[in-house]
Design a binder for this molecule. Structure first.
Ligand code: BG6
Length: 490
């Protein structure tokens, strides 16, 4: 049998994402023995650099979880020897041709497969794809391209991007990454739901009162303002990361675990969503604040952001799925930068127990909330807990809520892989389950484009909130309007 080889080219190798995530993830895969025996990694970027300089740059960021282990130094050396650098313009056919020659030398006549990771600004995507894919017909194996968001700014620009990419690639060669789908707890969502009898039958409007998808960061745009101001939090987090999780959460049972079966179900949910009303959305922007003698900058203090920018850095929204399973159940989303904490979680709030014995003469209870809540903490401190009502031990009859708690760090000794490790491995293995298909992308944009357009046309003023706070109070009113309390604040 002919031996095969994989060449991985990181286009945009000197960028932040490549340094912080892609190279460390590739190293982790190497360390774990997940990369094929014959592989080569190329960094491709415009700046002039030698192989040695690339290795030096990469070695500085291999500070992943793995370097604590004993033979890590040795493994790093081995890994770095497989990393090379090629200087080139992103739109130069000629520069990609010279790369192709170098790759062919490494491939040494073996069955050759190529993965390109495009970690570059969207305005040069298409040119780079054109150049990168041009050698595809001259190699014996597959060519795949991983692309990072933003996939356009709205339905129109996204469709145009898809159309341009498809001039050079088939849909099954395009791996649209949403790194939230590679997070351990997001992947576990389907396991939790579909393989536990105590959850699966409860997963509907009959038992679930509302679901919340919450993303918060305790830092601002810090230097990324130029990118961010053009997109805003709704495009940056909601339309992709949170909506993808929602689709996985709410989909019907897929026929199988095959990528196409899962993506078929996700797309159905997305297409069943009710158009989002502006009155069901709150937007905010963080402003400067001074705490304990330290002044934290406001969003518009970022030099790359226009002083009069109305771009939201926070948004909360109530969404609905118009199908039999979820009719009337609010799906709340909340995403914000420069808030009091960094976390991502899914909260499932169950309905009241009908005719609850312990609530009847509720003079007797000491609970504000007596409903069950299932919390899936995506990060940090990955875990799952379920709030149950419990009798406080003692002679009296007092109830309180306690957690059945699965904390990953206590239960599992193995560290959790970074999302990029899972996704890169999947792309190498041709597993598409966690990548976004073009019809999913279209449906996601179809949902958010009218809302974004309305916000922008009306020049809706965001509610200002202090850096490091819990965000605009408007988010509480929005939840209250739908008879909900945010689980992270109650
Ligand atoms: C990215 C967004 O997709 O996700 C960033 O563009 C955000 O604005 C980041 O900071 C958050 O990712 P993580 O994995 O650090 O939660």
């Amino acid at each position: 049998e002919q031996q095969s080889t994989v060449s991985i080219t990181v286009v945009g190798a000197s960028g932040d994402l490549a340094k912080k995530k892609i190279f460390p993830a590739l190293f982790a895969l190497y360390y774990e023995g997940c990369l094929p025996e014959h592989f080569t990694i190329y960094g491709y970027a415009r700046s002039k650099m030698t192989d040695a300089e690339l290795r030096d740059m990469v070695s500085k960021t291999l500070t992943c979880r793995i370097d604590k282990r004993e033979n890590c130094g040795e493994k790093m050396e081995e890994f770095l020897k497989r990393c090379f650098y090629h200087t080139g313009q992103y739109d130069s056919q000629e520069h990609f041709v010279t790369l192709d020659k170098k790759l062919k030398e490494h491939e040494g006549g073996r069955l050759s497969n190529r993965l390109f990771y495009l970690s570059i600004p969207p305005n040069i995507f298409v040119d780079a794809v054109k150049c990168a894919s041009s050698s595809a017909s001259s190699i014996s194996g597959w060519t795949r391209v991983i692309v990072e968001k933003p996939f356009g700014r709205d339905s129109k620009t996204s469709a145009a991007l898809t159309k341009s990419l498809k001039q050079y690639l088939e849909e099954d060669q395009i791996f649209r990454i949403d790194h939230y789908l590679g997070k351990e707890l997001v992947e576990n969502l389907s396991v939790l739901r579909f393989s536990n009898l105590i959850f699966e039958p409860l997963w509907s409007r009959q038992y679930i009162q509302n679901v919340q998808f919450i993303f918060s960061e305790d830092f601002g745009t810090e230097g990324r303002g130029g990118y961010f101001d053009h997109y805003g939090i709704i495009r940056d987090i909601m339309q992709n990361h949170l909506l993808q999780i929602l689709a996985l959460f709410a989909m019907e049972t897929p026929v199988s675990l095959d990528a196409e079966d899962i993506r078929n179900e996700k797309v159905k949910v997305l297409r069943s969503m009710r158009p989002i009303q502006l009155e069901d959305v709150v937007i905010g922007q963080y402003k400067s604040t001074t705490k304990g003698g330290v002044t934290y900058p406001g969003y518009t203090d970022d030099k790359t952001v226009p002083k009069d920018s109305l771009t939201p850095t926070f948004a909360a929204a109530a969404l609905f799925i118009d199908n039999a399973r979820w009719d009337g159940v609010p799906f709340l989303m909340k995403a914000g930068k420069a808030l009091h904490t960094r976390s991502a979680e899914i909260r499932v709030q169950f309905r009241h127990v009908p005719g609850n014995l312990y609530n009847r003469n509720s003079g007797g209870t000491n609970l504000d909330r007596t409903t069950n809540e299932l919390v899936i903490r995506v990060q940090p401190d990955e875990g799952i807990y379920l709030k149950i009502n419990n009798k406080v031990p003692g002679l009296g009859m007092r109830l309180d809520q306690s957690n059945l708690n699965l904390l990953y760090s206590a239960r599992y000794s193995k560290e959790i892989p970074d999302a990029y490790e899972r996704l890169l491995l999947d792309a190498i293995e041709g597993e598409r389950r966690l990548f976004i298909r073009s019809d999913e992308l279209d449906a996601a944009w179809a949902l958010f484009t009218p809302l974004l357009k309305e916000i922008e046309e009306k020049k809706t003023i965001p509610e200002f909130y202090p850096y490091g706070s819990r965000g605009p109070v408007g988010a509480h009113y929005l939840a209250a309007k739908h008879n909900v309390q945010w689980g992270d604040l109650s």
